[in-house]
Design a protein around this ligand. Structure first.
Ligand code: NAD
Length: 335
C-alpha cells in the first residue's frame, strides 16, 4: 500500500526544491503518494490565515509530512507558520544533522554532528508584549516535562546511532532558573545512559559556538533549548557548505515533519537557482524514518555522485548547475 505523505511546497524557493524531491522520489520508484497542502504567504492572501486547519488535519491523518520553507514577515505581520506547526502538532524535537559531503568545499572535512533542538518552548514560544510604548518583554519558558522529553529522545537516538559524546549547550551561568533547569534535567536523564556514552558534558553556549567553529570534530551530539539550537544549527550548516545542504526533521511521539534548515530565500525564487540538496536530504531522512532504507541509500549515493562534478553542482557549492540540472543529475546517477 502506498504511503501518503503531506507535502507543503512552501514559499519563495520552496516549490522548486520540493518539486526536485517529487521527481527524485518518483525516479526511485518508491511507493509514496503526495497529499499537497498549501500554507504560507500565498494562502494568507486567499484564505486569511497562513496555516489553514486542513493542513494540520492532513498531517495528523498521514502522520508524516515534508515541508518546503515558509516566509515569516519580520516585525509586524503574521507569526511564524513554522513555529505554529511545531507547536500545534507537538513536534518537540528538531533534529539537525550536519555531515560533510564529497565535492563540497567547506571549512572542515569529516564533520558528523547532530543537533537536537527543543522545538516548542523557550523564547520561541512567542509570549511577548509591549510594556507601554517604549519597552517590550518576552517570556522565556522552559519546563521540566518539555526538557525531559527532548533530552530523552536525544539520548535514545544517539545511543541507537552509536554516538559516544553528548553535550548540552546552555547559558545557565546567567539564566540560572530557565537554562539552569534545562541543564539539570539533561544531567538527570543522563544517569540512565552513563554506560552508553564515553563523554556526557556541558558547554556554555557562547563557548560552544566558538568551539564549533574551531574544533567541530571534537563534538558528536549537541542538545539545547530552542533559540540556541536555531543559531548553532546554522553555524553547523556553515561548517559543511552552507544552508543549501542542511537537512532537518521535526519529531513528535507519533508525527514527523521533515524540512530543510534554510528559509524561503525569496531573492532566488523562480530562478532555477536554489540548491534542493537540503530538502532532498530531509526527504532521505524521511525515507529512513519510514523504514525505506534501501531507497534512502540509493538516493544518498546518487546525490553524492552528482556532487562530485562542478557541472552538476549548484552555484552555492561552486558549481554551474541550476535546481533542475542538479535534480536531473541525481536521477541519472540512480542505480
Ligand atoms: P534563508 O535561509 O532563506 O537564506 C539565507 C541565505 O542562505 C540566502 O541568502 C542564500 O545565500 C543561502 N541559502 C539558503 N537556502 C539556500 C538554497 N536552498 N540554495 C542556495 N542558497 C541558499 O534565510 P533568510 O533570508 O533569513 O530568510 C528568508 C525567509 O525564510 C524569512 O521569511 C524567514 O523567516 C524564512 N525562514 C523559514 C524557515 C523555515 O521555513 N523553516 C527557516 C528559516 C527562515
Amino acid at each position: 500500500m502506498a504511503q501518503t505523505v503531506t507535502l507543503i511546497p512552501g514559499d519563495g524557493t520552496g516549490p522548486e526544491v520540493t518539486d526536485s524531491v517529487k521527481e527524485v522520489i518518483e525516479a526511485l520508484g518508491v511507493d509514496i503518494e503526495w497529499e499537497v497542502a498549501e500554507a504560507g504567504e500565498t494562502v494568507m492572501e486567499e484564505e486569511g490565515t497562513p496555516l489553514p486547519e486542513s493542513v494540520l488535519e492532513s498531517i495528523r491523518r498521514n502522520k508524516v509530512g515534508l515541508k518546503g520553507p515558509l516566509t515569516t514577515p519580520v516585525g509586524a505581520g503574521f507569526r511564524s507558520v513554522n513555529v505554529a506547526l511545531r507547536k500545534e502538532l507537538d513536534l518537540y524535537a528538531n533534529v539537525r544533522p550536519s555531515l560533510s559531503l564529497p565535492g563540497i568545499e567547506a571549512p572542515f572535512e569529516d564533520i558528523d554532528l547532530i543537533i537536537f533542538r527543543e522545538n516548542t518552548e523557550d523564547l520561541y514560544a512567542g509570549v511577548e508584549h509591549m510594556v507601554g510604548e517604549d519597552a517590550a518583554e518576552s517570556i522565556k519558558i522552559i519546563t521540566r516535562a518539555g526538557t525531559e522529553r527532548i533530552c530523552r529522545l536525544a539520548f535514545e537516538q544517539s545511543k541507537e546511532l552509536g554516538r559516544k559524546h553528548i553535550t548540552v549547550a546552555h547559558k545557565a551561568n546567567i539564566m540560572k532558573f530557565t537554562d539552569g533547569l534545562f541543564r539539570d534535567v539533561f544531567f538527570e536523564v543522563s544517569k540512565d545512559y552513563e554506560n552508553d556514552f564515553e563523554e556526557i558534558d556541558d558547554r556554555i553556549v557562547d563557548n560552544m559556538s566558538m568551539q564549533l567553529v574551531m574544533k567541530p570534530n571534537e563534538y558528536d551530539v549537541v542538545v539545547c533549548p530552542n533559540l540556541y539550537g536555531d543559531i548553532l544549527s546554522d553555524i553547523c550548516a556553515g561548517l559543511t557548505g552552507g544552508l543549501g545542504v542542511a537537512p532537518g526533521a521535526n519529531i513528535g511521539d507519533e508525527i514527523a515533519v521533515f524540512e530543510p534548515v534554510h528559509g524561503s530565500t525569496p531573492k532566488y525564487a523562480g530562478q532555477n537557482r536554489a540548491n534542493p540538496l537540503a530538502t532532498l536530504q530531509s526527504a532521505r531522512t524521511m525515507l529512513e524514518y519510514l523504514e525505506m532504507n534501501e531507497a534512502a541509500e540509493r538516493m544518498q549515493k546518487a546525490m553524492e555522485a552528482a556532487l562530485e562534478s562542478p557541472e552538476t553542482r549548484t552555484k552555492d557549492l561552486g558549481g554551474s548547475a541550476g535546481t533542475k540540472e542538479f535534480t536531473q543529475a541525481i536521477i541519472s546517477n540512480l542505480e
